[in-house]
Design a protein around this ligand. Sequence first.
Ligand SMILES: *[C@@H]1O[C@H](CO)[C@@H](O)[C@H](O)[C@H]1NC(C)=O
Ligand SMILES: *[C@@H]1O[C@H](CO)[C@@H](O)[C@H](O)[C@H]1NC(C)=O
Length: 421
Amino acid sequence: MARLVICFLFLVGCVYGRHEKYEGHQLYKVTGPSKEFEHLESHLDFLSTSAASKTGQLEILLRLSPDERKQWLNYFTSKDMHYLLVADNLAEILREEDSQISEQKSRTKSDNSSMSWDQYYGYQEINDYLDSLAEKYPDLVTVINAGLSYEGKQIKYVRISTTRFEVLYKPVIFIDAAVHAREWVTPPVALYLIHKLVVDVTDKDLVENIDWIILPMANPDGYDYSMKEDRMWRKTRSKAHKGSEECPGVDGNRNFDHYFGTREGSLDPCSIIYEGPTPFSEPEIRIIRDAILTHLDRIRLYISAHSFGSMFLYAWGNNGTLPSNGLMLQVAGVQMAEAIDKLKLPSAKSYIVGNAAQTLYYTTGTSRDWTRAVGIPFTYTLELPGYTYNFLVPPQYVKQIVTETYAGLAAGARFILSMYG
Ligand SMILES: *[C@@H]1O[C@H](CO)[C@@H](O)[C@H](O)[C@H]1NC(C)=O
Ligand SMILES: *[C@@H]1O[C@H](CO)[C@@H](O)[C@H](O)[C@H]1NC(C)=O
């Protein structure tokens, strides 16, 4: 009732109510052995994970509600894990983000056929933009209406090719974004890559000698829900599994068929890393699978864009051993990382390149491991920078992140050309 009154009195109050559920939630940086975090990942909301350098320990940014705080802080103390309070009230941070975004929106006017790289767009605006590009550049861009999300939203990807995907010796590069709903800075990275290959072309060789498949909005249900209902939403919005009434959605990056069902933490529908009832249970993930399999013989590089941590991670995440081309995965990853680091903000941390399990901890069902297992030689999870904002990157940083990341992707593409061009 009190909230209703506030809504009548101050219009903004209604909008602000959206973040109420995070009132008093605090963010902590916790340091400890990776074994420990593997076990905690299914119980807590990890906002990011990073290697805590020399010590062989991990540093995790995580969220604790007022109810669970005492129990977990005691737990960390009992395990000799160091923790540091870094933010006192998540709801406050989310309200601040809202006001920055609306301020930014009021400053820029955009139409369907261009993006300004200083704001976040809704899924429909992104779809409209893709369609308008295909209309404007019919010889170069094809939009594929790949299928519907669980809630029935159209999922689109673009194929960019100077030869209509008909020249079969050209390598294909595949990029997806926004598998995790709350990682809003990832679609702009995919969209800017499209922009640089189609509209503002500065690397003609990359357009002419490579065919591209770019899927900027892999999980529109989750993304829309994150924009309108729950900023911290990560999973899909499916309700096809047991327990989905209480806990809808599946972690799309645990839903691929690679060592599926072998990690205890991913079995619980209420876990933020729930893998789903079966491999490829999610229509959104089947769309990625099918697009990959359709062009499998030509895809040489696959990158899934995530936020955050400034990392290129490669297989195998399930056991920490390296694929047969592990050394080359490291070499290509370093080339991309160095190209980005040259342009990064002085205050931003340098990129880390490494095996996913050794750098962080074990994971199963990821797109990076599955794509490597089906035969794509170079596959990565890309964690974009979060600065001090984690994945709540203010829109003013979008331009920085998309331009520096483009340099990295271009370096990756040149590496692929040097091997397969
Ligand atoms: C953008 O595109 C959609 C459909 O593609 C259309 O309905 C809408 O009117 C367009 N908006 C502008 C501003 O052109
Ligand atoms: C590690 O996992 C990969 C598949 O991801 C598998 O090919 C390899 O045999 C495994 N290695 C060990 C030592 O279990």
